[in-house]
Design a protein around this ligand. Structure first.
Ligand SMILES: [Zn+2]
Length: 201
């Protein structure tokens, strides 16, 4: 199970801080009733691309002595299963879908001038599909924006809330992914209920 690392500094600061397993050790298991601190259980590595970073980060893992399952602390600037940071993806989507820039200009705005246009199209496709659910899910954090369609509304709400803050809420409270889970990774829990309550989302 992935939970979010309660950390919001630079990627470099993150790399320095994850060396100490005690710093952000969860005091109990989020998956069972065992009320004991989790044990450090090494790291897994994942790639990440941000404005000033393109490389591998380590994600701290813990093991529950009760249920023997692992918990990993994903830094909140990164999204599960996507290589690019929330900052990069959000800059691209806002430039393309809210400001109406071309794919190339939106990639430039996101600091990814050389990226293949298919990548941007993939993010747009995912976001278009997820926008109705986001517009509903984010209501506790922001009044629904007056907008012509779900995509504009979701973008306006994300901009008002802040993308990382919105992601923290969606991921921690609803197990919802900003760009939607791929079918194979949908976690059990409320997001399934929410999605099925919104036909066509
Ligand atoms: Zn447990």
């Amino acid at each position: 199970m992935q939970i979010l690392h309660p950390f919001s500094g630079s990627i470099q600061q993150y790399a320095e801080q994850t060396i100490d397993p005690d710093l952000y050790r969860p005091d109990h298991c989020p998956q069972c009733e065992a009320r004991q601190p989790l044990r450090g259980h090494g790291f897994y590595r994942r790639t990440l691309v941000d404005a000033a970073f393109d490389g591998v980060i380590r994600v701290r893992r813990y093991l529950c002595g009760g249920c023997k399952r692992t918990v990993s602390l994903l830094p909140e600037f990164a999204l599960p299963w996507l290589r690019f940071s929330i900052a990069v993806i959000s800059l691209f989507l806002v430039a393309r879908l809210l400001k109406g820039l071309t794919l190339a200009a939106a990639a430039l705005a996101a600091g990814q001038a050389a990226m293949p246009y298919q990548r941007g199209q993939f993010w747009i496709r995912r976001f278009n599909k997820q926008a109705p659910a986001l517009s509903v899910s984010l209501v506790p954090l922001a009044a629904p924006a007056a907008a012509a369609d779900f995509v504009s509304r979701a973008l306006a709400m994300l901009e008002a809330i802040g993308w990382i803050t919105a992601h923290r809420f969606l991921f921690s409270q609803l197990r919802t992914h900003l760009l939607g889970w791929p079918h194979s990774l949908v976690p059990p829990g409320r997001c399934t209920t929410l999605t099925s309550a919104l036909p066509g989302s």
